[in-house]
Each structure stands twice: as structure tokens, then as C-alpha cells.
Design a binder for this molecule. Structure first.
Ligand SMILES: C[S@@+](CC[C@H](N)C(=O)[O-])C[C@H]1O[C@@H](n2cnc3c(N)ncnc32)[C@H](O)[C@@H]1O
Length: 377
């Protein structure tokens, strides 16, 4: 049975409305460098020159279709099929495609029932981080691709539902404080209830993308693109996006330098990755292993559907953020919960949590009593 309950975006959820970090030219060039080794070579050109060109591509969750139009324009593919669940976005893609060799189909990617055609390229651009049945889909892509075909992926692979660790939140926080007031990000820790309500597919199993790919594909070219600082500070930063490019650039540079440092020191905090992968021979041979993975995935999704869309225990930061947010919303509504959170640094949160733990263990009481004793003697 195919479970798709709650695994498509909520009705009316809009993509392409926000200002992203890669709307800044400098970020594009920096990401080019990290992905391809050259500031002026995009992943499209890199893919074409190192693994292509290709005849026929399947483009997952294609949205408004700009990716496949770019693939055609840059000579990466001869033709493509784009699939998505959103009628509105598919209409937009069809309007733009006019008489280009592009076709569109509406389907729910989770069902992994793709058109059965001779694809030599599958494209995941910001798509797989919306997929719940990630094992089922990745396995099907292996079956569908020609043995010498390519699976290319440029995606968010960070913590699921953007539940950043305190360490990473803190790194972004420190850099934000180094910026002048007028371009500082209003940092908002993504609250799970709001995410589940807004777009329950957002980053649903993002941290499983690469490990699941490794089950079925050889990752020939993998680059960690970072974002631990840059994505958090430059996406949705309205003040910075409103500045003329030459005024924004020095601040974007500061942020991207901090981002590069974090990415070099702790690649595991990288939020994005660029990968060129090829189907691994024999990956489907161990049928017992495949059955286990499928059963695990089915059980996980059924349990989450029963739990209102929640998969994992909350991170420490989220555990603190949610009740704080709730309290403020109930108090008077004049200060939004995220504004309150914006004033609390990651380190403060960790300190508060540490204090709570020490109180619970009775350590604070003991430390205070022994200090008082020392003062008396
Ligand atoms: C972040 S957008 C990316 C769109 C496009 N790939 C791009 O890079 O611009 C995510 C897309 O996934 C689609 N989507 C989400 N869940 C889906 C599902 N279960 N099946 C098919 N498409 C889905 C959305 O409609 C949306 O177009």
C-alpha cells in the first residue's frame, strides 16, 4: 500500500516567494567555486562537461520548470520530463516551455511511479528534501536510470525540518552580531508546529538524502556547499536584500567568509551538497536488505502520520524555543515569539538548559550551599 497522507505541501503554500541567499551574486559565485572549483562555472556546465551531455532527463519536483529550461539552454540535455504535484506550478512550467522539448506530468513523488522512459539523467534540484519515502524513491530511480546514467543532486541536506543544532545556531548568531545593526538578520528558530502546518514536506528527511543515495549509487563527485552561517543569515534577510548590490556586498562577504570557515572546520554542519552519482552495480541484489529498508520506512511513515507529522524527539534548542514561543503568543501578542527568540542567543539557550539540568540533578543547590559555607568560614 502507498502511504501519502500529509506528504504533499499544504494547499495554498507558495514556493518562489522568499528572498534566498543565492539571490546575491557573490553567493552564487562562492557556491560555484565550492561545487565546481571555479567561481564562474555553474553546476549545469560542470555536469555537462564532466558527465554529459545527456539525451533525456527526469526532473523531480520540477516546480516552475526553470531548471529544465536551463538544462536545455546550456546544452546539458536534449529533452526532459518534469514531474510535480502542484497544478499551478506545472501550468506555469508548461506556459514557459511553449514548443521546447519538455513535457510535464502531475504526480506525487512519494509513490515513485514515474514515467517509464529511457532516462540517462535524473535531476534532484531542491526536490528530495521534500520526499518522505526517500528509500523507495531513490531505489526506483536506480531501477529507472540507464546503467551508465547519472543522478545529479543539488539540495538541502541539513537537519530535518531545519532543526539546527545549538552549535550551528550559535555560529550564525556570532556572525550576525558582527554585522551592523541595520543589516542584521532577525534570527528565527524554525518552530516545528509552524513548519508542520505550513509545509509538512519541508526538509522532511533532508539528512537522509546522502546516506540513502549511497545505498544505491556511487557518489562520484560530492561537494559540501556549506550554508551553516550563510543560509541562516542571508535568506529572508529583508534589510540586506533591500540594499543596492554594492552596499550589500561587503556584508554578504563577511557572512560568506564566516560560512567558509565553518564549512572548512566542520563539514558535517554543511546544509547543502552538490553530487554527481551513478547507479551502483549490484545495489539491488540483496533482497533481504531491501525488504528491511522498505519495512523500516513504511513503519516510520505510519508512526509519524499517527503522531501528527512528528518524527523525532525535539532538539534541545527546539524544546526550549517552543514553550517560549507559546508563552509569548498567549501573553499579549504584541511581541511575536520569534522576536523574543531573536534576543536569546544559542549560547544562552544552552546555558539555560544546562542550568535546568543542574537544578534537576541537585548540583546547583549543592554548589550554592558549599559557596555559602566557604564564605562563612
Ligand atoms: C523547493 S521547490 C523546488 C522546485 C524546483 N525543483 C526548483 O528547484 O525550483 C519544491 C517542489 O516540490 C514539490 N513537491 C513537494 N512535495 C511533492 C510531492 N510529494 N510530489 C511531487 N512534488 C512535490 C512542490 O510542489 C515544489 O514544486
Amino acid at each position: 500500500m502507498t502511504h501519502t497522507n500529509g506528504l504533499v505541501p499544504s494547499a495554498g503554500f507558495e514556493y518562489y516567494r522568499d528572498r534566498y541567499w543565492n539571490d546575491f551574486e557573490l553567493v552564487v559565485r562562492e557556491l560555484n567555486e565550492r561545487a565546481t572549483g571555479h567561481r564562474d562555472v555553474t553546476w549545469f556546465e560542470h555536469l555537462r562537461d564532466h558527465a554529459g551531455p545527456f539525451r533525456h532527463a527526469l526532473v523531480l519536483n520540477c516546480g516552475n520548470g526553470w531548471v529544465e529550461r536551463e538544462l536545455l539552454e546550456r546544452g546539458v540535455v536534449d529533452s526532459a520530463v518534469g514531474v510535480d504535484v502542484s497544478d499551478d506550478l506545472l501550468d506555469e512550467a508548461r506556459r514557459h516551455a511553449r514548443d521546447l522539448p519538455l513535457r510535464y506530468e502531475r504526480l506525487d513523488t512519494n509513490a515513485a511511479e514515474f514515467p517509464d522512459e529511457p532516462f540517462d539523467l535524473v535531476v534532484n534540484h531542491a526536490a528530495m528534501h521534500h520526499v518522505a519515502y526517500i528509500d523507495r524513491v531513490t531505489r526506483r530511480l536506480h531501477e529507472l536510470l540507464a546503467p551508465d546514467g547519472v543522478f545529479v543532486s543539488w539540495d538541502y541536506v541539513g537537519p530535518h525540518r531545519n532543526q539546527y543544532t545549538a552549535r550551528q545556531w550559535e555560529a550564525a548568531w556570532e556572525t550576525n552580531l558582527a554585522l551592523p545593526d541595520h543589516v542584521r538578520q532577525r534570527m528565527r528558530y524554525p518552530l516545528l508546529p509552524a513548519m508542520v502546518e505550513g509545509d509538512p514536506t519541508e526538509a522532511i528527511h533532508s539528512e537522509l538524502i546522502l546516506s540513502t543515495m549511497e545505498r544505491y549509487f556511487d557518489l562520484d563527485h560530492r561537494r559540501d556547499l556549506g550554508g551553516g552561517v550563510g543560509y541562516l543569515l542571508l535568506t529572508h534577510n529583508d534589510a540586506l536584500h533591500a540594499l543596492p548590490p554594492e552596499q550589500a556586498e561587503p556584508h554578504v562577504r563577511t557572512v560568506m567568509e564566516a560560512d567558509a570557515l565553518l564549512n572548512a572546520a566542520e563539514p558535517s554542519t554543511s546544509l547543502f551538497a552538490y553530487v554527481i552519482a551513478r547507479p551502483r552495480q549490484g545495489a539491488l541484489d540483496d533482497t533481504e536488505q531491501l525488504a528491511t529498508w522498505a519495512a523500516e520506512e513504511d513503519a516510520r511513515e505510519v508512526a509519524a502520520a499517527d503522531a501528527g507529522g512528528y518524527y523525532y524527539p525535539r532538539t534541545a534548542v527546539a524544546a526550549l524555543a517552543e514553550p517560549l514561543g507559546g508563552l509569548m503568543a498567549n501573553a499579549d501578542g504584541t511581541v511575536a515569539p520569534d522576536e523574543l527568540l531573536a534576543r536569546v542567543s544559542g549560547r544562552d539557550m544552552v546555558a539555560v538548559l544546562g542550568l535546568r539540568l543542574r537544578i534537576r540533578l541537585g548540583l546547583v543547590g549543592r554548589a550554592v550551599t558549599s559557596r555559602l559555607r566557604r564564605q562563612r568560614t
